[in-house]
Write a protein that binds this ligand. Structure first.
Ligand SMILES: [Zn+2]
Ligand SMILES: [Zn+2]
Length: 261
């Protein structure tokens, strides 16, 4: 399994892209930044987008991914492949009502035709696995102000986990501790310690609360931990605070990272 970091920040600033991870070139976990991180040629290989939740920083590029695909399709039949959006039913309804509603953005689930659209929707359920492009993906409910799932990914007897946006949780760690060959975890770490209250009410973690969460992981010290969703303007403070926690095999992600499992 190859995981390319397209964006790993909880805010958008010059040089800092929103959360988006490309798995094996064809599966996206969240869509904060694929169109500013990938060439048009690379974008055409995307067939599946797993959306953790409907906060704008995780969905905004669905709009431009679809738009780019639509234009390309008009000129080239070979790229007529649809993109399937996989998320909780609640989230699919939110996308349809408030985003792809022909007001904020065209409804690409009916363009160019309802029978062969650019975007398809597929409802997924917590702890029910589906397999796409050879990767088995299981949603896990997380703690966030809106319905949100992290994901367990499995391929070739190796597992990888993505927390998406989350505060304090037990379910994710229960699943993590049940994996025989867990090769890494991408974990929320959004605000500096001074913003602990904000992190708590917005369903996120600080370096300190993240470190407390990791105590629930049996393989801590062996399984690599990659932090994401840092607020870019607080990166210096957060880097120092993460280092002070002194946790082995843990680091903040950067946008050029490529994880090979
Ligand atoms: Zn969120
Ligand atoms: Zn977010």
């Amino acid at each position: 399994m190859k995981i390319q970091v397209l964006g790993c920040y909880g805010g958008q600033l010059l040089g800092f892209h929103l959360s988006s991870f490309l798995v094996n070139g064809s599966i996206l976990l969240d869509a904060g930044s694929p169109t500013i991180s990938l060439t048009l040629e690379e974008q055409r290989y995307i067939k599946h987008v797993f959306v953790s939740h409907t906060h704008l920083d995780h969905i905004q590029d669905i709009a431009f991914l679809a738009d780019n695909r639509a234009l390309k399709r008009m000129g080239d039949e070979a790229v007529s492949q649809s993109i399937t959006i996989h998320s909780l039913q609640d989230n699919l309804e939110t996308l349809q009502e408030h985003f792809l509603n022909n007001k904020v953005w065209p409804d690409f689930t009916k363009i160019p035709t309802a029978s062969d659209p650019i975007l398809k929707m597929n409802a997924i359920e917590p702890l029910k696995s589906i397999e796409v492009d050879g990767v088995r993906i299981t949603p896990i409910l997380m703690e966030h102000p809106v319905p949100c799932t992290g994901f367990l990914l499995e391929q070739d007897d190796k597992q990888f986990m993505y927390s998406a946006d989350t505060g304090i949780t037990d379910e994710f760690w229960r699943v993590a501790n049940a994996q025989p060959n867990l090769r890494g975890i991408i974990m929320d770490c959004s605000f500096p310690n001074a913003y602990a209250h904000l992190a708590e009410i917005s369903g996120h973690l600080t370096p300190h609360s993240m470190a407390k969460e990791l105590e629930k992981l049996d393989s801590l010290g062996t399984t690599p931990i990659y932090l994401f969703h840092m607020k870019p303007e607080t990166l210096n403070v957060m880097t120092a605070e993460v280092e002070a926690e002194d946790i082995p095999h843990l680091r903040m992600l950067t946008q050029v990272d490529e994880l090979l499992l």
